[in-house]
Write a new protein. Structure first.
Length: 230
């Protein structure tokens, strides 16, 4: 493992990520978790000044391409911050009463359809965008967007389910080019799970005869280029 992108949680979680990448600047690239309905362009500037290389967004109360969010996107583009959007269905028991109580009114997987990042990419071509989970389960839309929008990439995080879908449908390297996909573990800070996900993907792809150039792009090269780490 050469470099990692570490994603924070709003508040103290972002502070902890900042401490980590400042302690290990040649190993960790930090992404700040932002809340589109709360955070302002000024806060985005402050994240850039603190040394974050990107932002993570999820669970907005409006569609991702709602005009209310464009000031945040515009500032991210101006600061050369990558935005990682959760795309597709949110995992877990989001209908559990205790979890629903903590979510903003109107939050729904429908707000995070991958087609909304297409709108953003066309409006702000300078903004570098990663869609998480290849839009699970809206893979066809995600692959089409990656094909036609130079600034849009997708990560393959999502565990065994996403891996099975992408491999059995033969999407990687066919419907979405190896230059537009990134490895993601979706594994929080669990180092053992990160390692297990990495091994599982590496073994599955090598079993299918994927070459070293494509593997290097997936596991390092594409992300290094996006985050300016080359």
């Amino acid at each position: 493992m050469t470099r990692v992108a570490l994603i924070g949680r709003r508040g103290q979680g972002n502070d902890e990520v900042e401490q980590a990448f400042k302690r290990y600047p040649h190993f960790i690239a930090g992404l700040a978790h932002v809340v589109l309905d709360v955070d302002t362009p000024q806060q985005i500037r402050e994240y850039a000044q603190r040394g974050f290389r990107g932002l993570k967004v999820i669970l907005p109360s409006r569609n991702y391409d709602d005009p209310a969010y464009y000031p945040v996107y515009q500032e991210a583009a101006a600061q050369r911050l990558v935005i990682l959007f959760h795309t597709g269905v949110v995992g877990g028991r989001m209908d559990d009463p205790q979890r629903v109580r903590l979510r903003p009114y109107g939050a729904s997987s429908a707000r995070m359809h991958p087609i909304f990042v297409d709108t953003i990419a066309m409006a702000l071509p300078a903004l570098k965008i990663i869609g998480a989970h290849v839009g699970y389960p809206m893979y066809d839309e995600a692959c089409a967007i990656a094909r036609f929008r130079p600034s849009v990439f997708f990560d393959i995080s999502g565990g065994e389910t996403v891996r099975r879908h992408l491999l059995t449908r033969d999407l990687l390297g066919v419907e979405i080019d190896w230059t537009k996909v990134l490895f993601g573990s979706d594994a929080s800070s669990d180092a053992a799970r990160v390692a297990a996900e990495t091994r599982a993907w590496m073994a599955a792809l090598r079993d299918r005869g994927v070459g070293e150039e494509a593997l290097n792009r997936l596991f390092y090269g594409n992300a290094a280029s996006l985050f300016g780490l080359e």
